[in-house]
Design a protein around this ligand. Structure first.
Ligand SMILES: NC(=O)c1ccc[n+]([C@@H]2O[C@H](COP(=O)([O-])OP(=O)(O)OC[C@H]3O[C@@H](n4cnc5c(N)ncnc54)[C@H](O)[C@@H]3O)[C@@H](O)[C@H]2O)c1
Ligand SMILES: [Zn+2]
Length: 366
């Protein structure tokens, strides 16, 4: 069992552990019970995770209070589902002495976390992530929330988990496209913080794509360490945490311009290539290194050029609406080298002339 500690200054203050292993899902409820004694448990999961057998493994067939989200995915990530989760908790006569267990991908984790943040003014949540996105990213760091009819994550709260249990065996049942898209966040972590990790991904891609448990545990461990480090230093995204948005300025624009037909990680892969080219245009990095990044993304099966029919002006317009835009000018996280983020005047997200961005986007579309 690998163990990583995350210190949290607030909400709730203290620290929590990320525990990583394989074949441990059946022990998670008793471990969560030992960690947070004398509490009722309430499980939030979704229909695909149940169909994949993970709820059965988690509960060992025991009857438990739960809410199963359906339909699965972003479609249900709204206030209506939160109301249904809270209703189900009340119907089960649960009180403040409840621990919410989030079993699933990022949508389940974000919703269960948010429901836990607001149920009777807040109860603990334990995250049990089952996707490459959730294990690398969303289960750690305390961001929870749901979408509005206008935008993603419009309602939300910081609510750190009391523990995160990562059983990499759960990834075995994940659909191939989802599995691969989620690996984009691992590449992102490597590029931001760890050149050695990038080498590992480059050299061990066969094992990674085969979902080898040792490789999956290694990824979970390094991803957790990197995300924990960043979150600890900037728990509420005032500055350093923005580096986690590497590739996301263009990536979010690509998601929106393609009408969300690309998965998040697929759009981020294109966004990371765009950020690499923008970096080169402002004198950072070199073509050979960017070539290595493109090669790794391509090996995973992620796109590295713009899908056909996506116009540069549409992307620029989407970017000016991005939440990180200051006075409508998009800001970019850029790399100095593989494993090292560029900063200017203490800022990690820097302004780039619009002509430069336009030129790079046009180049990626041709
Ligand atoms: N809170 C954060 O810091 C943070 C960070 C990144 C992403 N997110 C959020 O995460 C969400 C995306 O997460 P995701 O990609 O995990 O999406 P998801 O939860 O929709 O999962 C993807 C699909 O896989 C299914 N699934 C999940 N686990 C499975 C398993 N083990 N076997 C078979 N099927 C399984 C789900 O039912 C769903 O259909 C977005 O809403 C995004 O905003 C949040
Ligand atoms: Zn992302």
């Amino acid at each position: 069992m690998k163990e990583i500690e995350v210190k949290t200054p607030a909400r709730p203050a203290g620290s929590y552990k990320i525990l990583i292993s394989h074949g441990m899902l059946g022990k998670v409820l008793s471990a969560a019970g030992a960690l947070l004694p004398k509490r009722s448990l309430f499980i939030v999961t979704d229909a695909n995770v149940v169909a994949a057998g993970h709820l059965q493994t988690l509960t060992r067939g025991k009857k438990v209070n739960k809410y199963v989200i359906e339909p699965c995915g972003e479609e249900s990530k709204n206030l209506g589902t939160i109301a249904k989760i809270v209703d189900a908790m009340e119907a089960a006569s649960l009180g403040r002495d409840t621990t919410v267990i989030a079993l699933g991908g990022g949508t389940v984790g974000d919703m269960a976390g948010f429901a836990a943040a607001i149920f009777k003014r807040g109860v603990p949540v334990v995250q049990v992530p089952t996707t490459t996105v959730a294990q690398a990213d969303s289960a750690i760091g305390g961001k929870t929330g749901v979408d509005s009819s206008q935008s993603k994550n419009a309602y939300g709260a910081f609510h750190h988990p009391s523990a995160v249990f990562i059983d990499v065996d759960t990834l075995k049942t994940l659909d191939e496209r989802q599995f691969k898209a989620g690996l984009a966040e691992s590449v992102k972590h490597a590029l931001l913080a760890d050149a050695e990790y990038f080498e590992y991904l480059d050299k061990n891609m066969d094992e990674v794509l085969a979902r080898d448990p040792d490789a999956m545990e290694h990824l979970a461990e390094v991803n957790s360490r990197i995300k924990a480090f960043v979150v600890q230093h900037d728990p509420e995204e005032k500055n350093l945490r923005r580096i986690l948005n590497y590739g996301h300025t263009v990536g979010h624009a690509v998601e929106s311009a393609t009408g969300y037909s690309l998965l998040h990680g697929e759009a981020i892969a294109i966004g990371m290539v765009a950020a690499g080219k923008i970096g080169m245009a402002v004198g950072l990095g070199d073509g050979r290194k960017l070539g290595r990044v493109e090669k790794v993304l391509d090996r995973i099966g992620l796109p590295v050029v713009m899908p056909k029919g996506i116009e540069t002006p549409v992307l620029l317009e989407a970017m000016s609406r991005d939440k990180k835009a200051v006075s409508k000018r998009p800001r970019f996280v850029l790399l100095e080298d593989i494993g090292k983020v560029h900063s200017k005047d203490g800022q990690w997200a820097v302004e780039v002339p619009e002509e430069t961005v336009e030129k790079v986007l046009a180049e990626l579309s041709s």
